[in-house]
Design a protein around this ligand. Structure first.
Ligand SMILES: CC(C)(COP(=O)(O)OP(=O)(O)OC[C@H]1O[C@@H](n2cnc3c(N)ncnc32)[C@H](O)[C@@H]1OP(=O)(O)O)[C@@H](O)C(=O)NCCC(=O)NCCS
Length: 193
């Protein structure tokens, strides 16, 4: 497996342009981003945060994330426009030996920056890192009501593998199904599947 830190240093910060020309910088989340990260999550509707599985609008939750920030466990990638976080995606590495070939992705973008290719760019970047570190599969857990996310992952060749009934429960006690989507990755140096 290639060294993750080396890959990140060689790749980021990376400047990209959205479909409308907006200049965006992509880079891993830093500890100094705590307040900006909290403000970002507050821009998302409650039903859009359900797959994050934690109350990310609670400052204590974000503080805890920052204290335990470890890219070898979970790599959060943020998109910045004019020093504001406008999108975030993460790649969680498996700690179990039997699923060590997998990484789990998660994604959201600021509603004001949607339908311009930002979500696609974030997942493509995580996929690039995943291939470089030698992962073979990416998984995404998508609540079925988040149809845009479902179409995005389908477009990026994730396949629906299973529906997990009542798999998550929000703060108010409402259960939601999860659609498990899986993408098999092409090894580094080969064309994408
Ligand atoms: C899903 C989400 C991340 C998409 O972000 P985005 O920045 O708009 O993504 P993109 O512009 O790259 O769109 C990619 C694809 O998503 C789908 N999509 C995006 N907006 C859509 C819309 N309004 N209607 C239908 N599909 C849409 C399309 O398949 C689109 O591909 P296309 O542009 O080639 O048609 C964003 O809507 C979001 O944050 N939603 C709430 C959180 C969420 O659903 N997270 C996913 C859980 S894992």
């Amino acid at each position: 497996m290639n060294n993750l830190a080396t890959i990140l240093v060689q790749t980021y910060p990376r400047k990209v342009k959205l479909e409308d020309g907006t200049a965006i910088t992509l880079r891993p989340l830093l500890k100094d981003d705590e307040q900006a990260f909290l403000a970002y999550f507050q821009s998302l509707a409650p039903e859009e945060r359900v797959d994050l599985k934690e109350e990310v609008t609670d400052p204590k939750v974000i503080e805890n994330w920052m204290e335990t920030l470890d890219y070898d466990v979970m790599l959060p990638l943020v998109a910045l426009h004019e020093n504001r976080i406008v999108g975030a995606a993460s790649l969680r590495f498996s700690l179990s030996a039997w699923t060590r070939h997998q990484g789990q992705v998660n994604l959201s973008t600021d509603p004001r920056y949607r339908a311009k290719g930002l979500g696609t760019l974030l997942i493509q970047n995580l996929e690039e890192v995943a291939v470089k570190v030698g992962l073979e599969q990416l998984t995404a857990e998508v609540p079925p009501e988040l149809t845009k996310a479902f179409y995005l992952f389908e477009k990026l060749r994730f396949q629906k593998a299973a529906v997990l009934p009542g798999f998550v429960m929000d703060a108010a006690g409402h259960e939601s199904d999860i659609v498990l989507m899986i993408k098999t990755l092409a090894p580094a140096g080969m064309a994408a599947a």
